[in-house]
Design a protein around this ligand. Structure first.
Ligand SMILES: [Ca+2]
Length: 337
């Protein structure tokens, strides 16, 4: 929030305000003119309105009452992405409501990051990659498709499987996240997630995703599980009690950034591949702004003929990228990862 936004309401009380409260109230405003506008933090928003015969008016931004004029908007009362501005005109027992969705986009074009491919490793082409994580020489991978879904860990360099567990055929495995001694694994449409002991792969629990959504990607920021569902929303879940704790909308300078898929968290940033795009977006985990883009155009195109780049992991200060049924995993040295 660099500048103040003043929301000014110009109220023209046309006609006799002392008329009977049962009279129909007429409201016209410029609210709708903001429906198809890309706004930025710092832009002035000025609502002009005319009414007849009203008692009072109220403006709410994202459900919170704001002053009718000279209101300072900030991160505390608006978000990047879609916001709801609601105008209510009270006349006696009658309420007239006007509502508009305000789209606030990022003010800066994402930086396009350069990188070098410094290594490649064998990736099992049977793996329909849905979740991907790396630590201490080991890859943890969750795979999808009914009847083929599994959780597997293997040595990255030797491609030697250390542990593997098949998922019941009724479930389609999705994103995974490592939380301490546990591995969490989402499923696609069942709204169910499984928890495994990280060392033994023994299943130690499961829970229902606390809202109605498909499960796509999953990562962990040290406090919350972060889940994607193919939209531009990321959803936060407490891994201790499985409660929904909030969401983040992802936008760039042009608009919402949807089709977010596999996720990885690193150092305040969320890395996500965009379904069927050859790019990784790097998201500010506080604001949802896409600040950087890593194009995967330099990765041999044969891989994308097999499937989407649905495996993102951090290896030290490098990025590991693989995809559904790819034969290789690539290590990318990215400038300032
Ligand atoms: Ca990942």
């Amino acid at each position: 929030m660099r500048n103040l936004i003043f929301l000014s309401v110009v109220l023209f009380a046309v006609g006799a305000c002392q008329q009977s409260a049962t009279s129909l109230v007429a409201v016209s405003s410029n609210l709708d003119s903001y429906a198809n506008t890309r706004l930025h933090w710092g832009d002035p928003v000025s609502i002009e309105m005319e009414t007849t015969n009203h008692d009072s008016i109220q403006l709410q931004l994202n459900g919170k009452k704001v002053a009718a004029s000279n209101v300072t908007l900030g991160k505390e009362n608006s978000v990047l992405g879609k916001n709801t501005l609601k105008l209510t005109v009270f006349t006696g027992a009658e309420n007239t409501v006007r509502e508009v969705s305000l789209l606030i986009v990022s003010s800066q074009e994402p930086l396009r990051k350069s990188y070098s491919i410094i290594n490649s490793y064998k990736h099992d082409a049977n793996y329909f990659t849905e979740g991907f994580y790396y630590e201490d020489g080991l890859v943890y991978e969750g795979t999808g498709l009914n009847g083929k879904s599994k959780l597997v860990t293997y040595d990255l360099a030797a491609a030697k499987v250390e542990n593997s567990i098949d998922i019941d055929a009724q479930f389609f495995g999705e994103g995974i996240a490592v939380v301490g001694d546990s591995i969490f694994q989402l499923t696609y449409k069942a709204q169910k997630a499984f928890i495994y002991n990280r060392t033994t792969f023994e299943k130690v629990g499961e829970f229902n995703v606390p809202f109605s959504a498909e499960g796509w990607g999953l990562c962990y920021d040290g406090k919350s599980l972060i889940m994607s569902n193919g939209s531009h929303f990321l959803y936060y879940i407490n891994p201790k009690d499985f409660a929904y704790t909030g969401s983040l909308q992802v936008v760039d300078d042009k608009g919402i950034c949807g089709k977010l898929n596999e996720l990885e968290y690193h150092d305040g940033k969320i890395y996500a591949n965009v379904w069927y795009e050859k790019e990784i977006v790097v998201i500010n985990s506080q604001t949802g702004s896409v600040e950087e883009v890593i194009s995967l155009e330099n990765i041999p195109s044969k891989n994308f003929q097999q499937g989407v780049a649905n495996g993102i992991a951090i290896k030290d200060e490098n990025l590991l990228i693989t995809g559904k049924n790819w034969t290789e995993t690539y290590e990318l040295q990215v400038n300032d990862l």
